[in-house]
Design a binder for this molecule. Sequence first.
Ligand SMILES: Cc1cc2nc3c(=O)[nH]c(=O)nc-3n(C[C@H](O)[C@H](O)[C@H](O)COP(=O)(O)O)c2cc1C
Length: 208
Amino acid sequence: MNQKNSLGIDLCFQDLNNPIDLFGQWFNEAKKTEINDPNALSLATVGKNGIPSVRMVLLKDFNSDGFVFYTNLNSRKSEEIKSNANASMCFHWKSLLRQVRITGEISNVSDTDADKYYNSRSYGSRIGAWASNQSSILKSRDELLKSIEEFKKKYPNENNVPRPKHWSGWNLTPHEIEFWLDGKNRIHERLRYTKKNNNDWEKNLLNP
Ligand SMILES: Cc1cc2nc3c(=O)[nH]c(=O)nc-3n(C[C@H](O)[C@H](O)[C@H](O)COP(=O)(O)O)c2cc1C
């Protein structure tokens, strides 16, 4: 057993029937040990053509309803989500030698939640949400810089930048969450929670 994970699977896992609670415990540890972005995760989506794509995003909220990130609703990831709501997330906390994989279905966050988060962002980030047509082809960097200046002129008051309709959050409601702990000689530990029809979670250990 790796020293960092010396609590082991029995003490760490077995008495927790809710993977959201366990995720919360691991995430809190990661916040203390990761050098940056403990909330960074890779998000995999699948396009209409069946080809997967993956990229990093930042987790901005999580609870029993799901795992939330924010983005441009016209971006590649969002177009893929609109055509296929199935998606997968993966966290890797290097400092803890741990991984969490989450699979589920994605739906929109409420406008109220999106407004709240949008308004908590810096002025520059809020202007950026207007100026960048995320994932579309950019002729030159200048084109983007000009667009930023134009939106700064349009919204000079830092306290009054409305949220663009094309910028919001997505919530992944999990039906499977797997926790992975690094082990000696690659004898890792894996525990998978799967949601049952009655909404209880079933737990299974997996071979490493
Ligand atoms: C650590 C990290 C965090 C990121 N967080 C976000 C994010 O929360 N939202 C977002 O739209 N893009 C984020 N990005 C940029 C995305 O990885 C990606 O380049 C962008 O969203 C466009 O992806 P798409 O073309 O697949 O839609 C992040 C990148 C990194 C490296």
